[in-house]
Design a protein around this ligand. Structure first.
Ligand code: NAP
Length: 489
């Protein structure tokens, strides 16, 4: 038995590989199941139920049945459940990280980072659950008092991607629990195991039956269409590609569901001539290489002042070229495989096209031999500003570097994208920091840092990156309605 199989044998018995509906673990109606693969070699890890519209509606039935009593549950009880879940998840970091690494590919050390980040939403919203409050004011003419009260939105649908199998779930689930909403979650077909583990953990933490329901299935379109066509569903929150996001926004129209969309990105990483290059290179390693570049916040376009571009490229290439690529569960590995062959082909094609357009490869540049979907850390220089690699989301470990001359040029090129999620700026000039942050059309600006994600911060984008915020004080607002009560005196 291989080392991997031994670890799987230890881990899998603790994971319910079943639908979770109304507090019960069960199979799909027709017993169908689908494979969950290991992206490090394409082998089958295990199987989970292949549910469709019927089971999804049964999950919504359970969420609807639980909604009134959950919304009426004292905030302190909701808070305590989230806090217990935070403690349990933190205590089981090693198991969750290994499971996530196996189904998604990321190195175990990175997966542990995601467990800490994902768990932090449980803790943050356990603290927010008891701070939901309305307002009280006198009408301007003094004739009445105006009271506002906050109410939970009601049953929600959450659709999550494969790249952060835990954190993209807890960013939605934790505020919904805090606000008194019930929910149906459809995890990505490629990474359902982490979400199933989380569901069992939340049940263990005391979450009542029906508040959280999980439906795994290959026909995501059928699941979302059935649920969004049901007038009992009051909200959808989606994290994933802009194309699918647009479909879900359209589907929300008939029942006028509330919508939150966390979509794709095309983050500029702008290095001015006065930047501390040590800081910029260190941050580039995080902004580019976190999650093998498979992150919506990943630095996608490096815009570097012409006077420092050569030094920056050389230092970044040295660091990227030294990274250890391999199976995420092996000691010392820093870069795992991409999620599947299609993802790797798409990265390879963007690089080939950029080279065809005139870019030069400093390090990397060719897919690594299989099995598994490995692509090496790659740095490209002299990338033409209009090359596809600067316009499309790369979703892989490739850093295309282009140069600029003036601050105005840097800002207008940074904004020249349909997306508006994360951006990064490197400068030691405070006035420039303010000028640039004010003009960048992005939901998040990291200044002299390659990491913007924080459970206490409002994460989200503008333009084709979507709308709504997750985390921070804003995160719970997505799950609350306001009722105003007029009180004449
Ligand atoms: P994706 O193809 O859009 O899939 C995301 C989720 O949507 C999966 O669960 C998928 O199910 C489901 N889905 C696909 N078609 C659907 C439909 N018609 N109705 C309902 N659900 C449907 O995106 P991805 O490739 O997994 O994720 C990468 C994308 O997510 C990138 O663009 C990235 O930037 C974005 N992302 C954004 C954020 C953010 O916070 N803004 C965070 C992380 C990722 P299946 O797995 O079954 O196909």
């Amino acid at each position: 038995m291989s080392d991997r199989d031994a670890r799987l044998d230890d881990l899998l018995p603790a994971v319910h590989r079943a639908l979770f509906i109304g507090g019960a673990w069960r199979e799909a109606d027709d017993g169908a199941r689908f494979d969950v693969l290991d992206p490090a070699d394409g082998s089958v890890l295990t199987t989970v139920p292949d549910a469709g519209a019927g089971e999804a509606v049964e999950a919504l039935d359970a969420a609807v049945a639980a909604q009134a009593s959950w919304a009426a549950t004292p905030p302190r009880e909701r808070s305590d459940i989230l806090r217990r879940a935070f403690d349990l998840l933190t205590a089981r970091t090693d198991d969750v990280a290994l499971l996530m690494s196996l189904e998604m590919g990321k190195p175990v050390a990175e997966a542990k980072g995601e467990v800490a980040y994902g768990a932090d939403f449980l803790r943050w919203f356990s603290e927010e659950a008891v701070r939901i409050h309305g307002t009280w004011m006198s009408a301007p003419n003094g004739a009445s008092r105006l009271l506002t009260m906050r109410k939970s939105v009601g049953p929600c649908l959450f659709v999550t991607p494969w790249n952060f199998p835990l954190a993209m779930g807890t960013r939605k689930i934790a505020p919904a629990i805090a606000a008194g909403c019930t929910m149906v979650v459809k995890p990505a077909a490629q990474t359902p195991l982490t979400m199933l583990y989380l569901a069992a953990l939340l049940a263990e933490a005391g979450l009542p039956d029906g508040v959280l329901n999980i439906v795994t299935g290959l026909d995501a379109g059928a699941i979302s269409a059935a649920l969004q066509g049901d007038d009992r569903l009051r909200k959808i929150s989606f994290t994933g590609s802009t194309g699918v996001g647009k479909v879900l926004v359209r589907q929300s129209a008939d029942q006028l569901q509330r919508v939150s969309m966390e979509l794709g990105g095309n983050a500029p990483f702008v290095v001015f001539e006065d930047a501390d290059l040590d800081v910029a290179v260190e941050a580039a390693m995080v902004a580019k290489m976190r999650n093998m570049g498979e992150a919506c916040t990943a630095a996608n376009r490096f815009l570097v002042h012409e006077s420092v571009a050569g030094a920056f490229a050389e230092r970044l290439a040295a660091r990227m070229g030294a990274l250890v690529v391999g199976r995420g569960q092996d000691d010392g590995v820093q870069v795992g495989p991409l999620i599947d062959e299609k993802a790797r082909e798409s990265v390879a094609e963007l690089v080939t096209d950029a080279v065809h357009d005139g870019a030069r490869v400093v390090v990397g540049g060719e897919p690594l031999p299989g099995p598994g979907y490995f692509y090496p850390p790659t740095v490209l220089v002299d990338v033409p500003a209009d090359s596809a690699i600067t316009r499309e989301e790369i979703f892989g470990p490739v850093a295309p570097i282009t140069t600029f001359t003036t601050e105005d040029e840097a800002i207008s090129r940074a904004n020249d994208t349909e997306y508006g999620l994360a951006s990064y700026v490197f400068t030691r000039d405070l006035a420039r920091t303010i000028r640039v942050a004010e003009r960048l059309e992005f939901g998040m600006v990291g200044v002299n840092t390659g990491l913007v994600s924080n459970a206490a911060a409002p994460f989200g984008g503008m333009k084709a990156s979507g709308f709504g915020r997750e985390g921070g004080f804003e995160g719970i607002e997505e799950y609350l309605e306001t009722t105003y009560v007029a009180l004449p005196v």
